[in-house]
Ligand binder design. Structure first.
Ligand code: HEM
Ligand SMILES: [Cu+2]
Length: 494
């Protein structure tokens, strides 16, 4: 059987998403290698200096989130362009800013030894105890500022385009429908999700820019100081929101693609819209769950942080999970790489939310928060959720061009990815359970077996990811090509 999958995206848009998607994917793969080096070191299978561990930890944390977001911006640009007019120039400006920022960050880390982690917690960048100088901190913080500015431009443009068509962001979040009215324009789920991401990320990026710039000024003029608690609040508001938004960017693709595979529409209805509105608000106000250990924080903020964390992603997760099941159930869906990966990504997202909810409980958090339990839960939903959505998007881009992808190799890679990623994240959760702290380059002997297990599993993740990327890279030259080439494509994987 051969279902024809197609969409209304024009050729120029198709072509322009190839580079950022591939760039994001390759950076993720390289960062996975950094992760493996860290695990091998924690597992005493290799030995690197502590300084080097913290450098690659800084790079891994920063790089993963940045790369996920740049690929996410391609997903937004690709699908949302069908409904509103986005600026290609601004989309590409963001990609260029990203590249410049990455180079600066690499210089900061590898030339000038910056290793304060992605959290760049004030005043650590300026006071490193001789580990790195002002130059390292400047290149790192400056690179982050440039990347953030690029993303801010991109989201401002998405917001502008949405407002132009829908009048205001409230309409694009479906308020008229929620309050029982009707809308003139059709409101596809992709636009609702893009609006949510635009709102939360604009807030995140402005917050991030503020604290980055204050930190940079502090580097050169130490008499200019910031309240450290305020700085921490700003940093975590920025980091929590921006990292979380990646999955909501990926979900846009889920909403667009399943209807094509099943021939059933994904509609926006009251509860769906309420869920997205709730997650918009929650995502922005629950970041204090990162500060539960800061006893000087106002208690009400911590309570909001805890209580709403339970509910944070849940509304969107529920409507997305149920929506997907409803659409797929008895639809005769054809399982190819794109549909498998999209379905797997929802599964991974659900799986990752469970340990997150456990951690968001204050009593448990006091015990668990600085353990590897925390990276454990976010590796589950970032790796199996957000990244799987990116891999799915790559396969979808090929599929929609009619490139046949029935290779056994790809499907085996899917299962390897799923199982070994559960292995990596599971090893983190287990380490957390046996009280291994997070961010320790050296582990006690009791913790070592789990690290070794995770390290071995990570080779499977790297292998499978390489297959996904090679497949996309090799076939991507056919994306946006003309009819004639399409014919040769059919022969390619027939
Ligand atoms: C093969 C896959 C991966 C491996 C082996 C890996 C390994 C690691 C290790 C060993 C750590 C340090 C844990 C500790 O605190 O002791 C870490 C931290 C982290 N990883 Fe991964 N990782 C992988 C994939 C990912 C993915 C897909 C993402 C996100 C898209 C990600 C994001 C992060 C972040 C944000 C941190 C926190 C860094 C920090 O604490 O400053 N990782 N990873
Ligand atoms: Cu958070």
């Amino acid at each position: 059987m051969n279902t024809i999958i197609s969409d209304n995206v024009d050729r120029s848009t198709r072509k322009s998403v190839i580079f950022p998607t591939l760039l994001g994917a390759i950076v993720i793969l390289l960062m996975m290698c950094m992760g493996t080096i860290m695990l091998l070191n924690q597992g005493k299978l290799i030995s690197i200096s502590d300084g080097f561990f913290y450098k690659i930890m800084t790079l891994h944390g920063t790089g993963m989130v940045g790369a996920g977001a740049i690929a996410g911006s391609a997903i937004i640009y690709y699908f949302v362009s069908q409904y509103v007019r986005l600026s290609k120039a601004i989309f590409m400006t963001n990609v260029i800013a990203f590249l410049i920022g990455v180079v600066m960050i690499l210089i900061g880390i590898f030339v000038f030894d910056f290793a304060a982690a992605w959290t760049f917690l004030y005043p650590l960048p300026a006071i490193s105890g001789g580990m790195w100088g002002i130059a390292g901190a400047f290149f790192y913080l400056g690179g982050m500022t440039i990347i953030g500015t690029g993303f801010l431009l991109f989201f401002l443009d998405v917001g502008r385009a949405i407002i132009k068509k829908y009048g205001n962001l409230g309409n694009a979040l479906g308020w008229p429908i929620i309050f029982g009215g009707k809308m003139k324009e059709e409101l596809p789920p992709a636009v609702v999700a893009a609006t949510m991401v635009t709102i939360v990320n604009t807030a995140a990026l402005v917050t991030g820019a503020a604290v980055l710039i204050m930190s940079i000024i502090n580097l050169f003029n130490p008499s200019f100081t910031i309240d450290p608690l305020l700085a921490k609040n700003l940093i975590y508001a920025f980091g929590h929101i921006f990292a979380n938004s990646i999955i909501y960017m990926g979900v846009i693709a889920v909403y667009e693609v399943f209807p094509k595979y099943t021939g059933r529409p994904w509609k926006t209805y009251g509860i769906f819209l309420i869920a997205w509105n709730a997650s918009t608000l929650f995502t922005m106000i629950i970041y204090p769950h990162h500060l539960l250990m800061d006893f000087v924080m106002p208690k009400w903020m911590l309570i909001i942080g805890q209580v709403l964390s339970y509910a944070n992603g849940l509304p969107v997760l529920v409507v997305t999970g149920f929506g997907a099941l409803q659409i797929i159930y008895r639809s005769g869906i054809k399982w190819d790489m794109a549909s498998l990966l999209f379905f797997g990504s929802i599964f991974g997202w659900v799986l990752g939310v469970v340990p997150a909810i456990v951690d968001a409980t204050i009593v448990i958090n006091h015990v668990m928060h600085n353990t590897k339990w925390v990276p454990g839960h976010f590796h589950l939903y970032m790796g199996l959720g957000a990244c799987a959505m990116i891999w799915a998007f790559m396969y979808y881009l090929l599929r929609v061009e009619g490139i046949k992808l029935v290779s056994y190799f790809d499907k085996v890679s899917f299962w390897i990815y799923l199982i070994t990623f559960i292995g990596v994240a599971g090893s983190f959760l287990y380490s957390g359970k046996v009280s291994a702290p997070r961010r320790w380059s050296q582990h006690f002997p009791e913790w070592v077996p789990a690290d070794q297990f995770g390290a071995i599993a990570s080779f499977g993740v790297i292998f499978a990811t390489s297959i996904f990327i090679i497949r996309f890279a090799v076939s991507s030259r056919y994306i946006g090509s003309n009819e004639e080439k399409m014919k040769t494509k059919d022969q390619l994987y027939a």
